[in-house]
Design a protein around this ligand. Structure first.
Ligand code: NAD
Ligand code: DAU
Length: 360
């Protein structure tokens, strides 16, 4: 049994779906269901006895400790976070609360649980912390990509809160011997990506005939990683990573934002042509994001060398699949944008809880 936090969000739900498709081992999926948590993503596994969904806050040490004692997980895989840089600029408090205080509370619960285990169980247990390349700050165009020993230099409240959480995780490994693992990944894209982030926002706006906003000059560079590749990397680190180590995870796909948006427009022009003109006509340049990092690039040679992981998808194959997913799942986008998913969650979560109570 593994304990997953944030498994109703973008990466977490992909991870849960991939895990259950490839393993018989059950998961506890612990998620607060903030605006970013969508039970719809998990509809296909809500009746699966290997998937136990529990609504809760990682800051609630008592609830987490009770679940640890009840289910005895062999690992915690920690995705839960506030993840959107723009939101962190307008309201940093939730980021500090969830990403720093929440991670601290989760670590405390994990430490207490780990101390209660037998020696053999303690040796197997892992706390895997899912983090971001943004903790390393911004690169110049000619700088070498981030390695695991790059200095921390976060520039947004989001990345600062993730940096703090990384430091806490590291300290629990060094001070208390908790077997921790940290992954720092580049920008993910793929199915179930909330349409406030660049790629899903552009796809949704393009199809709705709305402007496609590019911050500043659009020459900022991100390294894009297909979400299923990220999930495979996390599974690999969980199984074979060395406790106390950090692994950078990247897609080897550096692109400027303008390139990404133009590529999306070109694919949409092929798959879902407009009556007249190109989706590129909807591109507009808008005011830049404050503190906007110019470039991220990840050196992922350590995870390849030590654990044999490398991404399977290149940007052109991954982005086509992603656009196609959004074309095939218009209802998902519509429900998220209208807020209908929140009502759906309320109804279905209550039904789910009743069903589980009967089953137990
Ligand atoms: P997301 O915003 O889509 O999902 C976050 C999930 O966490 C949601 O389901 C939300 O309900 C849940 N959550 C939030 N606060 C919680 C709390 N206090 N208690 C329990 N659950 C809570 O995020 P994502 O994009 O899937 O990112 C997942 C993790 O991966 C984050 O830690 C993020 O920093 C990291 N990461 C993301 C990317 C990316 O490109 N999206 C890249 C690198 C690292
Ligand atoms: O690098 C990993 C990080 O990638 C993760 O840690 C974060 O959780 C994740 O949200 C993502 O952060 P970014 O800020 O890079 O992602 P976002 O999709 O918000 O923006 C990508 C780039 O596109 C960034 O340079 C800002 C720009 N942008 C974004 C939006 C939403 C635009 O130009 N226009 C937009 O409307």
């Amino acid at each position: 049994m593994v304990f997953i936090t944030g498994g109703a969000g973008f990466i977490g739900s992909n991870f849960v779906l991939n895990w259950l498709a490839q393993n018989d081992e059950p998961v506890i999926n612990f998620d607060k269901l903030t605006y970013a948590g969508n039970l719809n993503n998990l509809a296909s596994v809500m009746q699966d006895s290997r998937h136990v969904f529990v609504k809760g806050d990682i800051g609630d040490t008592v609830q987490v400790a009770t679940l640890f004692a009840k289910y005895k997980p062999r690992a915690v895989i920690h995705f839960a976070a506030e993840s959107h840089v723009d939101r962190s600029i307008h309201g940093p408090a939730t980021f500090v609360n969830t990403n720093i205080n929440g991670t601290f509370a989760l670590l405390e619960a994990a430490r207490g649980y780990w101390n209660s285990l037998s020696e053999t169980e303690r040796a197997i247990f892992r706390f895997l912390h899912v983090s971001t390349d943004e903790v390393y700050g911004s690169l110049g165009v000619n700088d070498a990509p981030f390695t695991e020993s790059s200095p921390y230099a976060p520039n947004s409240p989001y990345s600062a809160s993730k940096a703090a959480s990384d430091h806490l995780v590291r300290s629990y490994g060094r001070t208390y011997d908790l077997p921790t693992l940290t992954t720092n990944s580049s920008n993910n894209y793929g199915a179930y990506h909330f349409p406030e982030k660049l790629i899903p926002l552009v796809i949704a706006n393009a199809r709705a005939g709305k402007p496609l906003p590019i911050y500043g000059d659009g020459q900022q560079i991100r390294d894009w990683l297909y979400v299923n590749d990220h999930c495979a990397a996390i599974r690999r680190v969980l199984e074979a990573g060395r406790p106390g180590e950090v692994y950078n995870v990247g897609g080897c796909n550096e692109k400027t934002n303008l390139d990404v948006v133009c590529t999306l427009c070109d694919i949409l022009d092929q798959l879902d042509p407009k009556q007249a003109g190109s989706y590129r006509d909807q591109i507009i340049f808008v005011e830049d994001r404050p503190g906007h990092d110019r470039r991220y690039a990840v050196d992922a040679r350590k995870i390849e060398r030590e654990l044999g992981w490398r991404p399977m998808e290149n940007f052109y194959t991954g982005i086509r699949k992603t656009v196609q997913w959004y074309l095939n799942n218009e209802d998902w986008v519509r429900d998220v944008q209208s807020g209908a998913y929140l009502k759906w969650i309320e109804t279905n979560y209550n039904q789910y809880v009743s069903m589980r109570e009967v089953a137990n």
